[in-house]
Design a protein around this ligand. Structure first.
Ligand code: ATP
Ligand code: MG
Length: 562
């Protein structure tokens, strides 16, 4: 523990931990936890918290617990628990046998509540929810005491026990901490700590009909688990005095220290569970794992790697100021990772037929093409070449626009890994006048990609052999929203959804190696087009690729560099 590697991240939270270790606070221990509520899938914001909490544990050689903060029966489910477990594991973190549930602490929490009542520090309040709100006051107006705040301990114990026994209807009574109705911090104005909810809980079933509130549960769960540093997001800053109040008043043995950091906000998407639930429930996306979603399940299906996400979380760092991180930074982390690791292959998304007039009918050549220009360990595969090819429609212009250097009538280009070809004529659809086939000649002397006479071409294009190619569906994903901060635009965020966040192309052609290689979830660079990943859900009776990210730039510009 003495030697902390200098390349490890450092931030104000780690500084606090370093100081605490020096002063032997928490008996020199460091213990963290990641405490999601299983009422939705984890998103990239949660990943920041996961990386921080588990990252600290790894750095100090200690433990990080995974705790389901499940104190509200509405909306929580085992499906969400399973998804959280899957996603944290996928991110690369391990809690060993320390998977905990706040719902396992219900009995302990109940006894803590009894203790508060016995000490005159909590009372059963029979005001309605609206009245409680009204009595609470505002930022400018102090609250006033509940008429029930002076009930005797006996009466409170009796009522609270009967609340637990199910004698009362929802909303008739709550248990409140007795703190200070004039506190400038509204959180401290006799907060509710238990409410009646006659709803089945996904783990405790109908055993309970009173449920503890988050503020009460959270600090005590941390204490029960002997957490030392309870890291949470800034919106809980005002809850810290309450966190400390419960722990102090209950004289617990372990008093964790709450530290707040700025949550991740990411441009062109939303990281609010409420809204993500709405997107799923309204069918705006196909599910929690829709590749348009900022969930870890969606990003994984889209082809993002856990390494890239961890790298992103490290790069954005941890601070106390809220800000909006550019989606481009995340995309770039993904790109950088895949740039090194993804095999490069050829695929044509919008095919245009090319006939090489002077290439012998029936002849097939196999070109040996490396999977990666630098990483030779990745090996190579054979790519067949024949008389009829497909190229990308946008790589041909009948009348070339200015600065268009790719194929057009009379112009020669290089085929990636292959010959130079020259366009000689086109065939048009008689009805639409659209070019449906391009005729070319090839120069047999240019198999190396270069002409012996030294003549240059200005572009290199990708291609597949028509008869050998494999059909596929390709889904082009783009950002979910067309504005950087959809929630700040005022009116309904749904107005800012990007209509082009998904474009499905159904007549794509892939080089044949992919028929064997395209295992579910595998990732490739389609040369010049971007990074793509085999869809893990819809790839049973057809090949479906998801575009993970685009390439920053194509290699068209370096066509003549050897
Ligand atoms: P909601 O989006 O509805 O507010 P939540 O983010 O509070 O939900 P939890 O399941 O309570 O969801 O979050 C678990 C943990 O992840 C908490 O400690 C929370 O502080 C952290 N967390 C949630 N969102 C972010 C975010 N955008 N950036 C960093 N940490 C986050
Ligand atoms: Mg929360």
């Amino acid at each position: 523990m003495d030697q902390i590697n200098s390349s490890l991240p450092s931030d104000f939270i780690r500084d606090i931990i370093e100081d605490d270790l020096k002063t032997n606070k928490h008996q020199g221990r460091v213990a963290t936890r990641f405490p999601p509520e299983p009422n939705g899938y984890l998103h990239i914001g949660h990943a920041k918290s996961v990386c921080l909490n588990f990252g600290i544990a790894a750095q100090y050689g200690t433990t990080c617990n995974l705790r389901m903060d499940d104190t509200d029966p509405s909306g929580e489910s085992m499906e969400y628990v399973d998804s959280i477990i899957r996603d944290v594991k996928w991110l690369g973190f391990d809690w060993n046998d320390r998977l905990y549930y706040a719902s396992d602490y219900y009995e302990k929490l109940y006894r803590y509540a009894l203790q508060l009542i016995k000490e005159g520090k909590a009372f059963v309040c029979s005001l309605s929810a609206d009245e409680i709100r009204e009595y609470r006051g505002t930022f400018t107006k102090p609250g006033k005491e509940s008429p029930y705040c002076n009930r005797s301990v006996e009466e409170n114990l009796d009522l609270f026990e009967r609340m637990r026994a199910g004698e009362f209807e929802e909303g008739t009574h709550v248990l409140r901490a007795k703190i200070d109705m004039t506190s400038p911090n509204i959180t401290m104005r006799d907060p509710v700590i238990y409410r009646i909810k006659k709803e089945s809980h996904y783990r405790t079933g109908d055993r309970w009909c009173i449920y503890p509130m988050y503020d009460f549960t959270h600090c005590l769960s941390d204490s029960i688990e002997r957490i030392t540093h309870s890291i949470c997001t800034l919106e809980f800053e005002n809850n810290r005095p309450l966190y400390d109040w419960f722990l102090d008043e209950l004289k617990v043995k372990y008093h964790p220290q709450q530290i707040e950091f700025a949550r991740l906000n990411l441009s062109f998407t939303v990281l609010s569970k409420r809204i993500l639930i709405e997107l799923v429930e309204r069918g705006i996306v196909s599910g929690w794992d829709d590749p348009q979603m900022p969930t870890l399940a969606g990003m994984r299906r889209r082809g993002f790697t856990s390494e890239a996400i961890r790298d992103f979380c490290e790069r954005i760092g941890v601070a106390r100021n809220d800000n909006l991180v550019d989606m481009a930074l995340l995309e770039n982390c993904v790109r950088e990772d895949l740039n090194e690791r993804a095999p490069r292959v050829m695929a044509v998304l919008n095919p245009l037929r090319v006939v090489i007039d002077n290439y012998p009918e029936g002849q097939v050549e196999e070109f040996d093409c490396p999977y990666h220009p630098k990483n030779t360990e990745m090996g190579s595969r054979k790519v067949p070449f024949s008389k009829v090819l497909y190229i990308e429609q946008e790589d041909f212009q009948e009348t070339p626009l200015k600065k268009f250097y790719r194929l057009s009538i009379g112009r020669e280009v290089r085929l990636r890994y292959g010959y130079l070809i020259k366009c000689v004529s086109v065939v048009k659809d008689p009805d639409t006048a659209e070019v449906i086939e391009v005729h070319c000649t090839y120069d047999p002397e240019t198999r190396s990609g270069f002409a012996p006479d030294g003549r240059k071409v200005k572009a290199t294009i990708h291609w597949v052999s028509a008869v050998h190619s494999v059909p596929a569906e390709v889904r082009l994903y783009d950002r979910l929203f067309r504005v950087a901060n959809p929630l700040e635009e005022g009116s309904d965020y749904k107005e800012y959804l990007n209509p082009k966040s998904l474009e499905t192309l159904r007549s794509c052609r892939l080089e044949p190696s992919l028929l064997a290689d395209a295992a579910s979830g595998s990732r490739f660079q389609f040369e010049r087009l971007g990074y793509f990943c085999v869809d893990t859900v819809d790839s049973s009776d057809k090949i479906v690729f998801n575009r993970t990210v685009t390439l920053r730039d194509s290699w068209a510009k370096i066509a003549n560099k050897r």
